[in-house]
Design a protein around this ligand. Structure first.
Ligand SMILES: Nc1ncnc2c1ncn2[C@@H]1O[C@H](COP(=O)(O)OP(=O)(O)OP(=O)(O)O)[C@@H](O)[C@H]1O
Ligand SMILES: [Mg+2]
Length: 328
C-alpha cells in the first residue's frame, strides 16, 4: 500500500513519516521510503549522517534509466523521450514491486538499517530541469510519480512518501496515488488551512485523508484541532523527547519511543491497512489516465510534439494480476 505524509512546511511531515517508517521496520514488513522533497531530510531523519545522505542517488538524475526500464516493450510508448511523469503503464510496460530487486532500485534505492529492520530509501534529490537534458519535464517529483504509477503494491508491504508542501502534487495527480494520506497539522490556523485546501482536492477524487495533529501540547491544542478538523482528526502527537534526542545525533533505541507516540503510530498503521482494503484498482488506473490526459493537453503534447493520449492502453488495468501477466 502507499501512504503519503503531507502538510504545511515545518509541521512535522518528515519527522512523522520517519517514525512511521521506523515503526514499520520493526514489524518486518517490506518498506520503500521515498523522500519526495527536494530538500532531502528523510535520510537524516532515518539516521543517515551527512555523507550518507549526500550520497543518496537522486531519482531525478536517473530519469532516463527509470523511463527506459518502465517503458519495457510497450508499443504505445515510442521512446523514453516521449514519456512524461504521468505516462501510464500499459501492456508491455515493466511494473515495480515493493519487495524485489530491479534496475530502478539498484540505481536509486539504498538500504537503511533501523532498529529491528531494514528499509529501502529513495530520494527525489536536488536537481534542476537543466540536469535532465530533456524538455518534457517540469516537475521535480516526476520520477517519483512515474514509479508510483508503475508500482504494484500488495497488502502488508508499504511505500511511504514524505511529500513536499507545494501544490505540484495536485497538477500531476500524485495526491491520488495514496491509499491513505496523512495530513500533519500543528494546532494553528495555518496548519488547518492547509488541511482545508487539501481536503477540497481530496474530496473531488475520493482520496482518503486523515489529519495527524502534531506538537499538540495540551487540552487547548486538542480542542482547537477537534473544532477545526472534526472527525478527520485521527490522532495527535505531542512533543517527543525521543525525536529531540535523535535530532541531537544521539538516537535512543527505537523501543524507547514514548508509549503514547508508539500508540499513535499503531493507529496510523491500522488506518493505512484498513484503507488498503478498500483499494479500487479500476479507479486507481482511471485516475492516472485522467491526469495523463490533462498533462498531455496542457503541456506534454506541445513539448514532445506527439499525441501523448495515444500512450494510454484502454485494455490495461493496473492490479496484482497485471504483474503475473508480464514477463520477468
Ligand atoms: N513531535 C515532535 N516532537 C519533537 N520535535 C518535533 C516533533 N515534530 C516535529 N518536530 C521538530 O520540528 C521540526 C520540523 O519538523 P519536520 O522537519 O519533520 O517538518 P516538515 O513538515 O518535514 O518540514 P518541511 O516542510 O521543511 O519538510 C524538526 O526540527 C523536528 O524535529
Ligand atoms: Mg520535511
Amino acid at each position: 500500500m502507499k501512504i503519503g505524509f503531507v502538510g504545511k512546511g515545518g509541521s512535522g511531515k518528515t519527522t512523522l513519516s520517519s517514525l512511521f517508517i521506523r515503526h514499520l521496520a520493526t514489524t518486518g514488513a517490506p518498506v520503500v521510503a521515498v523522500d519526495a522533497d527536494i530538500n532531502q531530510h528523510l535520510g537524516p531523519a532515518l539516521g543517515l549522517d551527512d555523507a550518507e545522505a549526500a550520497a543518496l542517488p537522486p531519482m531525478g538524475g536517473h530519469l532516463p534509466l527509470i523511463k527506459e526500464y518502465l517503458r519495457g516493450d510497450n508499443p504505445r510508448i515510442a521512446s523514453a523521450e516521449t514519456m512524461i511523469k504521468t505516462t501510464p503503464p500499459g501492456r508491455g510496460s515493466r511494473l515495480l514491486r515493493v519487495d524485489e530487486e530491479n534496475p530502478v532500485y539498484a540505481a536509486c534505492a539504498r538500504p537503511v538499517r533501523l532498529d529491528g529492520g531494514e528499509v529501502r530509501l529513495m530520494a527525489t534529490g536536488p536537481f534542476t530541469e537543466s540536469d535532465l537534458g530533456v524538455a518534457c519535464y517540469h516537475s521535480k517529483v516526476g520520477a517519483v510519480e512515474l514509479c508510483l504509477n508503475h508500482l504494484v503494491d500488495g497488502a502488508g508491504e508499504y511505500v511511504v512518501v514524505d511529500m513536499t508542501a507545494g501544490s505540484d502534487s495536485f497538477a500531476s495527480g500524485m495526491f491520488t496515488r495514496f491509499d491513505m494520506t496523512f495530513l500533519v497539522a500543528e494546532p494553528t490556523r495555518k496548519g488547518v488551512s492547509v488541511y482545508r485546501q487539501y481536503r477540497e482536492y481530496a474530496r473531488d477524487f475520493g482520496v482518503a485523508l486523515r489529519v495527524v495533529g502534531n506538537k499538540v501540547q495540551g487540552p487547548d491544542d486538542l480542542e482547537f484541532l477537534r473544532e477545526e478538523v472534526g472527525e478527520d482528526l485521527l490522532v495527535t502527537v505531542g512533543h517527543s523527547d525521543w525525536v529531540r534526542a535523535m535530532e541531537k545525533g544521539r538516537p535512543p533505541h527505537f523501543s524507547a519511543l514514548e508509549a503514547e507516540n508508539r500508540a499513535a503510530l499503531e493507529t496510523l498503521l491500522a488506518t493505512a491497512d484498513a484503507a488498503y482494503g478498500l483499494r479500487d484498482w479500476e479507479r486507481y488506473t482511471r485516475q492516472m489516465v485522467h491526469f495523463h490526459r490533462k498533462n498531455a493537453e496542457s503541456w506534454g503534447n506541445e513539448r514532445t510534439g506527439a499525441d501523448l493520449a495515444a500512450q494510454i492502453d484502454p485494455e490495461f488495468l493496473l492490479s496484482e494480476d497485471a504483474v503475473l501477466a508480464l514477463p520477468g
